[in-house]
Design a protein around this ligand. Structure first.
Ligand code: NDP
Length: 328
């Protein structure tokens, strides 16, 4: 194991958040029963919030940010893992209360780790990252609610973002007609290459929602929230379901009960952070089965650790297309 390793550390200076490049020793790490040599991490929307301090993601300072990591076990006293095992970790308080993935070494609880499916390299696992794993959780939620391709098309909002891009690719592969909503019309070709058959302008879904609109989709994956989610719910077909996982457009939800009590529409909340392990393993195995690796490559850009500060600003500004992998 390295006696000194590189990491990014966020510290508080009064009301300000300072992000430093640091060198640490293994003794500086938090307690845990598995030590992982981190190969790759990623930048999700939540990493953008944590790095910029725009939302109170970090609950303990100083903090190594990075809500995701993938790498190789160096040391383990957990019977489920041994040195050399490839692993992936999403959420579970990383970058909130426990040191995260922007670090060459991470010490974590083995219970948080998922064995890396053999279909993926660590770089591909982080191309998926929390965004892609959450997209899969949304797809599973829709399936559990009985949404099938025969019931009608499905909508994905924030489609050119991380959750959105993976959701479009997964749903298209599963045989759904996918309608992609984006605020970036220039990404139409990109979204169609991922499998979208129709593009809806973001503005069309972000205005004042009607209680009930025309029934347009049997299901939806929403990463935007706010008036967009309200519009999505009000235009969901009878008996349909909407998986809500995001807040890129806002935390509020100005809707009514009309779609629920008059159309039997279901609103399915999706949280990836504290999701119990069996569902995580299921989601990762389904990603290995249902995500087209060529499409994953088409939606991914790789950046060095030194690039995460700029990437944090870019993702919050809605400028990142698809997924960002961080080479540790
Ligand atoms: P990205 O920034 O990659 O994607 C978000 C997309 O939303 C953007 O690309 C953009 O898509 C759209 N968007 C951005 N701002 C607005 C706006 N003001 N109004 C409408 N649409 C907007 O982020 P991620 O994919 O990483 O995350 C998406 C959301 O999901 C975030 O809110 C994140 O916090 C949440 N999330 C939640 C998880 C959970 O456990 N519940 C896990 C992972 C993510 P376009 O340009 O195509 O319009």
């Amino acid at each position: 194991m390295k006696s000194r390793f590189k990491a990014i550390l966020i510290r508080k200076d009064g009301d300000n958040q300072i992000v430093d490049d640091v060198e640490l020793t293994p003794d500086d790490l938090m307690p845990g029963d598995v030590t992982v040599a981190v190969a790759h991490s990623t930048v999700n929307f939540k990493d953008g919030l944590a790095l910029t301090g725009r939302s109170p993601v970090v609950r303990k300072f100083p903090m190594i940010p990075g809500i995701d990591l993938a790498g190789t076990v160096e040391e383990s006293s957990n019977p489920a893992f041994k040195a050399g095992d490839k692993v992936v970790l999403n959420g579970f308080g990383l970058s909130e209360a426990h040191y995260g993935g922007y670090s060459e070494l991470a010490r974590v609880k083995g219970d948080w780790l998922v064995p890396l499916p053999s279909a993926f390299t660590t770089a591909q696992a982080m191309a998926i990252g929390t965004a892609g794993y959450t997209a899969m959780l949304c797809v599973l939620a829709l399936e559990d609610a009985g949404v099938t391709p025969a019931k009608g098309p499905v909508l994905v909002t924030g489609a050119a973002g991380g959750v959105g891009s993976v959701a479009v690719a997964l749903l298209a592969k599963l045989g759904f007609k996918v309608i992609a909503s984006t605020g970036r019309p220039e990404e139409e070709a990109y979204l169609k290459d991922l499998g979208a058959s129709e593009i809806v302008a973001r503005a069309e879904l972000s205005g004042q929602p009607r209680m009930l609109g025309k029934e347009r989709w049997a299901g939806a994956v929403d990463s935007v929230g706010s008036t967009t989610l309200a519009n999505v719910i009000s235009q969901t077909m009878y008996g349909g379901a909407v998986a809500a996982c995001g807040l890129a457009g806002g935390m509020d939800l100005p809707t009514s009960v009309a779609p629920f009590i008059l159309r039997g529409v279901s609103l399915l909340g999706v949280d990836s952070v504290q999701m119990p392990k069996p569902r995580r393993v299921q989601a990762w195995n389904r990603l290995a089965q249902d995500l087209d690796i060529a499409k994953l490559a088409a939606m991914t850009k790789t950046i060095p650790l030194s690039g995460v500060r700029q990437a944090a600003e870019d993702i919050l500004a809605g400028k990142v297309r698809g997924r960002l992998v961080v080479e540790i």
